[in-house]
Design a protein around this ligand. Sequence first.
Ligand SMILES: *[C@@H]1O[C@H](CO)[C@@H](O)[C@H](O)[C@H]1NC(C)=O
Ligand SMILES: *[C@@H]1O[C@H](CO)[C@@H](O)[C@H](O)[C@H]1NC(C)=O
Ligand SMILES: *[C@@H]1O[C@H](CO)[C@@H](O)[C@H](O)[C@H]1NC(C)=O
Length: 305
Amino acid sequence: MVSVKFASLFAFVAASMVAAAPAALKKRADIDTTILQYALTLEHLEAKFYHTALKNLSAKDFANAGYAPAIRERFAEIGGHEIQHVQFLEAAIGADANKACTYDFGAGVTDVKSFIATSQLLEGVGVSAYLGAAALITNPTYLTAAGSILTTESRHSAWVQSSAALSDPAGAAYDVPTNFNQTYSLAAPLIKSCPKSNTALPVMAFPTLTLNPASNLQPGQTVSVSGKGVKDGQYLAVLTAGGQYFSKIENGKATVPKKTSTGRSYFLVTSSNGTVSDDSTIAGPVASDYLLSASQAYDLVKSQY
Ligand SMILES: *[C@@H]1O[C@H](CO)[C@@H](O)[C@H](O)[C@H]1NC(C)=O
Ligand SMILES: *[C@@H]1O[C@H](CO)[C@@H](O)[C@H](O)[C@H]1NC(C)=O
Ligand SMILES: *[C@@H]1O[C@H](CO)[C@@H](O)[C@H](O)[C@H]1NC(C)=O
């Protein structure tokens, strides 16, 4: 049972990676540089986010929102790591390293609860992005460096989930990889403009997907689905720790697929129900957590063992 699940997970990861590596990118000799610039795009975003928020949100703001002083201090430590990731990637890329953009973090830098929610989103996006890019990195030294950033982002994510958001640090046995355009689509709403001198990356953002309810979606739940280009007859697709699942959109609504597994998942709208690829994507992704209590999660697995 366990090995079948494992095999299907890796078939799924392999399939999404093939879909994630466009011919144009695969052929480029400088693919590693492109990946480093892409990682730098995310690290600049994270570093600026923590820097701006913590400059603005004082220990008193955290206390007023009900958080112990150690919580804000830990976020400052995390922000420091993101600055070091920026510096590492800048050194690896050299003079061509892209500069930070200007960002709009909205309430994420003015309200403690929104700050924590944005941190949860960004740390999870970081994990999915490094995981998705790993298979494309050709230089083993960069692969180890990216892996060491990935494990650190994953611990950030786990701490934010558990200690700051009082939620589940590891809601599933696997994390979900996202490809370049999926990752960029998750980050793009926060990016206002970038310096003209920056090297353009081969990424684009899909139209925004609006789901209602917007998060913590449960299998079997009805959700309304809208966005530019979204129509009845298309599919609500979900990338989960256990595979990709689809359900048809009818009257602007869809059912969250029953097989949706626990943990962080990404919802998109696709034109077909085969495999999620850039070609089949209409809108999204949107990140959502489906979490069980610790004992429910264990009982579910134990019954299959
Ligand atoms: C800092 O927070 C205040 C509200 O507390 C907000 O008005 C202001 O725009 C924030 N500053 C920045 C730079 O985000
Ligand atoms: C992102 O999508 C665009 C348009 O479909 C495509 O040309 C590009 O190759 C994609 N980028 C990556 C890195 O997959
Ligand atoms: C997936 O699409 C095929 C047609 O391409 C259809 O026969 C099948 O019922 C669809 N499955 C779902 C879950 O909508």
